[in-house]
Ligand binder design. Structure first.
Ligand SMILES: NC(=O)c1ccc[n+]([C@@H]2O[C@H](COP(=O)([O-])OP(=O)(O)OC[C@H]3O[C@@H](n4cnc5c(N)ncnc54)[C@H](OP(=O)(O)O)[C@@H]3O)[C@@H](O)[C@H]2O)c1
Length: 412
């Protein structure tokens, strides 16, 4: 009984804090779409330089009065509404102190905004942690807003990355990653999924480049019209020729692949590993070398199409072996990667490589983009329910094993 009381008290406390954080984030979204609020919020966007140092001390103080203080007061009002509802529920009256936690929490932001507005020494350092200058020590976090996550709201796309503490609202409305204006290159571009992905990325406002292994110029079919796109030719084994091109690319999508099916001769083994695994690994290494600055760390990404063959049979052993190798190499690189690396774990879709696939490449491409906008790092799109169980388990065990038995500082 006591145990139930404690658990309920904790749930009500957490609920009251989550509630005010949701209020904060929706208030922020509103401030970007409703002109009267935007006029106040704009002060906040005038404050910082791209290294997050202050453009102007006076504007910083004003921004706290015009933006941060009203925001915290709105949280406070909604926290009082939450507590009032809870204490009026007969079964919850015993938890009124827990219900008021959201108000205490909101009031701490009110005090912080007032302290910063008056310019009290160190108030900004203690209370405004997502706006501190300095090198980024980590990648944008997935569930909690950290400096790298929030930097993108100011300097990547002000109409995305709205969240202040938890990233939930951005995940719900699809603003946890912005593809607008991003320079994105896709390998395997003339293939079925390659073309479908390029189209979806273009529709999201990305500037796409097709990376193809054949000498050809590719175009997208948009509204029954052909739109020529920048096309770059590359070859397996000659990945280093792409080094200077990668400097200008924000997101590299490694999507090329072959399926040798039942073949098991020397060429089938070499092609499977060279094309599916090792060329992808070389492209990854090359691209990661272009990540140098704070901006690169948060804007650059690699997406690798490994396939659900990582965890399920594809009735093509060399395809499975090479895709599992690729999946494990991605897991290894992720341990120290200076930018986000996403995996695409796809089930069977109809394509040149898999003529009997069940899903359509267009639908798969739309789901990939939808999940990426919600910052899924492992993007699973399949009709096979086992993959949703087996893959997360593999992603828990394999990286743990790799972390325990490898060391980034050791030379071999
Ligand atoms: N279809 C499925 O059921 C399924 C399921 C899970 C994962 N996948 C993966 O999805 C990706 C896209 O496959 P898809 O189904 O769209 O097949 P696809 O239509 O055959 O496209 C694959 C593309 O890979 C590129 N490629 C082939 N051989 C190459 C080589 N020797 N060197 C460099 N590039 C080469 C080609 O594009 P360019 O000519 O433009 O270079 C080719 O069009 C692959 O990685 C595949 O393993 C597919």
């Amino acid at each position: 009984m006591i145990y139930t009381l404690e658990v309920t008290a904790i749930l009500v406390s957490l609920g009251s804090v989550l509630w005010v954080e949701l209020v904060r984030d929706f208030y922020h979204v509103l401030a970007h779409v409703w002109q009267p609020l935007y006029r106040l919020h704009l002060w906040h966007h005038r404050v910082f330089k791209p290294d997050l140092s202050l453009a102007n001390e006076t504007i910083y103080r004003e921004a706290n009065w015009y933006n941060d203080l009203p925001e915290s007061l709105v949280m406070l009002v909604f926290s009082i509404a939450f507590a009032s509802i809870v204490i009026n529920q007969e079964i919850l009256t015993a938890y009124q102190w827990s219900a008021w936690l959201g108000s205490v929490y909101s009031f701490s932001f009110t005090l912080g905004a007032i302290a910063r507005g008056f310019g009290i020494p160190y108030a900004d350092e203690i209370t405004d942690v997502t706006h501190r200058p300095g090198d980024f020590q980590s990648l944008p976090a997935q569930w909690f807003v950290n400096r790298p996550y929030h930097w993108r709201h100011h300097f990547d796309n002000q109409n995305a990355y709205f969240c202040g503490t938890f990233t939930l609202v951005d995940k719900i409305i699809g603003t946890a990653l912005s593809l607008k204006g991003k320079k994105i290159a896709v390998t395997g571009a003339s293939g079925t999924l390659g073309k479908a992905l390029l189209k979806q990325l273009h529709l999201q406002g990305a500037k796409v480049t097709a990376l193809t292994s054949k000498p050809q110029n590719l175009s997208l079919e948009i509204d029954c019209q052909n739109l020529p796109i920048k096309t770059v030719t590359w070859r397996v084994g000659k990945e280093s020729e792409l080094a200077s091109f990668f400097e200008k690319i924000d997101i590299l999508i490694i999507n090329h692949g072959v399926n040798v099916r039942a073949a098991r001769n020397v060429k089938a083994i070499a092609d499977s590993y060279q094309i599916n695994a090792f060329s992808s690994w070389r492209l990854m290494e090359l691209f990661l070398k272009t990540v140098r600055t704070n901006e690169d760390m948060v804007k650059k990404e690699i997406w690798v199409n490994t396939s659900e063959a990582e965890v399920n049979p594809a009735f093509s052993p060399l395809y499975e072996l090479s895709k599992r190798t690729l999946g494990d190499l991605v897991a290894l690189k992720r341990l120290d990667a200076p930018c986000v690396i996403r995996k695409l774990i796809l089930g069977p879709f109809k394509s040149n490589l898999n003529p009997i696939g069940i899903m359509s490449a267009e639908w798969v491409a739309r789901q990939i983009v939808n999940l990426a906008l919600r910052d899924f790092r492992d993007i699973i799109v399949t009709i096979n329910p086992l993959t949703y169980l087996a893959f997360p388990l593999k992603e828990l065990l394999v990286p743990t094993y790799l972390k325990l038995f490898t060391n980034s500082n050791l030379l071999h």
